[in-house]
Design a protein around this ligand. Structure first.
Ligand code: E4P
Length: 218
């Protein structure tokens, strides 16, 4: 399972990268705005900065909603750096753009996916990644994990190459559940990754080992 961090915050990206388990980054216009990154040139520069920190894929989202606009933006984003993956929303024009990019060899991440039908369409259009938004479904009392499991079933039935990128991960249990269900990738906040290393018995055990060492070596 690949681990992506879902942020545009360079410090957090560096921290995750230093942990040694980071495979990529996802961003979206809200995350960029949260970091105060505005204006076309600043946004493009920020993507390049992110690429210089991580070795893996960096999703950069288009903001156009028409085919021509998405193609223009996506081609410019893809030219920025070979780690860039063009993030395209699951709308009709987006599906056309996914197919266009796929035919051109430009990698894509189909975002804002909330149903198996949308995921099937994204795979048919040749998306590199499909991003089902787990947490946002949970927010409206719908089983987000079930969506991951149904997409896995359908993709396996037809051996689609599209990778399931479990998105809108909110906490560590989401990461573990997605791993059990066979999601190819998860993207979440740094806390969801760091939560994996925590166990009270580890802390208690380490404190005892160190105390016993001190007793015999002081
Ligand atoms: C996915 O790529 C999105 O950036 C993200 O996971 C959305 O998460 P949120 O629902 O926590 O905003």
């Amino acid at each position: 399972m690949k681990f992506f961090i879902d942020t545009a915050n360079l410090e957090q990206i560096k921290e995750a990268q230093e942990l040694g388990v980071l495979d990529g980054v996802t961003t979206n216009p809200s995350l960029m705005a949260k970091e105060g990154i505005t204006g076309e040139q600043n946004i493009l520069k920020h993507y390049v900065d992110i690429c210089s920190i991580v070795e893996g894929d960096v999703s950069a989202e288009v903001v156009s909603t028409d085919f021509d606009g998405m193609v223009k933006e996506g081609e410019a984003l893809a030219k920025l750096h070979d780690q860039i993956v063009v993030k395209v929303p699951m709308i009709k024009e987006g599906v056309k753009a996914l197919k266009y990019f796929s035919d051109k060899g430009i990698r894509t991440n189909c975002t804002l996916v909330f149903s198996v039908g949308q995921a099937l369409l994204a795979a048919k259009a040749g998306a590199t990644y499909v991003s089902p938004f787990l947490g946002r479904l949970d927010d409206i009392s719908t089983d987000g994990l079930n969506l991951i499991s149904e997409i896995r079933l359908i993709y396996d039935n037809y051996a689609f190459d599209t990778q399931i990128l479990a998105a809108s991960i909110r906490h560590t249990m989401h990461v573990i559940d997605c791993a059990k269900l066979g999601a190819d990738v998860m993207t979440g906040p740094l806390s969801s990754i760091e939560g994996l290393l925590k166990h009270p018995l580890t802390d208690i055990g380490l404190a005892k080992f160190l105390a016993d060492y001190q007793k015999g070596n002081s």
